[in-house]
Design a binder for this molecule. Structure first.
Ligand code: SAH
Length: 227
């Protein structure tokens, strides 16, 4: 698939059918039926224009509850999974500083951004990062800091983080990320090999890690090195 290198000014997709309130409301209703209950999260799913995060050819499918390709072998996460992870991250706490691994097209980041103070987001594919940066500017999202880097290392400069969200699956959670989690902080991540991943939430309590299993998921793998 050819990557869209341009911004969204004058975008013909704005104002056509798939951006309609009804289409988005259907998606919100579906997520509610699947158990998403945090009203702030549902409000964000309703508000964030997902069609602006995918290739024009796929925009008509933007409000289906499905992952879609965003180029470079990567995908925009399924809305249900974005909502579930966001809800798990926010449950009983409002994190101030969040580290995100795998910015991708920036959709998950955009959903989370108004619900926390700052997001520090790391992406290994520079071209995706550039496009995400342009979208955040367009959508006036200003509390997100982006870095072209390898998520295995986290982003030590701004650590510790109240919460860490991973959008790509490691086989085991990298030690560097656990180290960058604040006391009482939580990490939400898909963990495991392709086809056998589980979404986990790890909470740091003193020297102990409390792990909860949130169910089976399917994510792209966390890969080492930059591109
Ligand atoms: N959050 C995105 C989905 C991202 S897909 C959304 O809302 O749609 C996962 C992303 O993780 C991809 O863009 C991939 O390039 C990135 N990724 C994979 N391994 C990584 C690593 N080691 N460090 C940083 N990003 C990584």
């Amino acid at each position: 698939m050819v990557a869209r290198a341009t911004g969204m000014k004058g975008d013909s997709r704005v104002g056509i059918g798939m951006t309609s309130a009804r289409t988005r409301e259907r998606l919100v209703q579906r997520l509610r039926e699947q158990g998403i209950s945090n009203p702030l999260v549902l409000e964000q799913i309703r508000n964030v224009p997902r069609h602006l995060f995918v290739d024009e050819a796929l925009a008509t499918r933007a409000y289906e509850d499905t992952a879609l390709p965003i180029g470079y072998g990567q995908t925009i996460s399924q809305p249900y999974v974005v909502a579930r992870m966001t809800e798990a991250l926010l449950e009983n706490a409002t994190p101030g500083k969040v580290l995100e691994i795998g910015t991708g097209c920036g959709y998950q980041t955009a959903v989370l951004a108004p619900l926390v103070r700052f997001i520090y987001s790391v992406e290994r594919i520079n071209a995706l990062l550039d496009r995400a940066r342009a979208r955040f500017k367009e959508l006036r999202i200003s509390n997100v800091h982006l870095r072209h880097g390898d998520g295995f290392q986290g982003w030590p400069m701004y650590a510790p983080y109240d919460a860490i969200l991973m959008a790509a699956a490691p086989l085991t959670v990298p030690r560097a990320l656990i180290d960058q989690l604040a006391p009482g902080g939580r990490l939400v991540a898909p963990v495991g090999p392709e086809g056998r991943q589980q979404l986990v939430r790890i909470t740091k309590r003193g020297d102990e890690l409390h792990t909860e299993n949130l169910g089976a998921v399917s994510f792209v793998p966390l890969v080492q090195g930059l591109s």
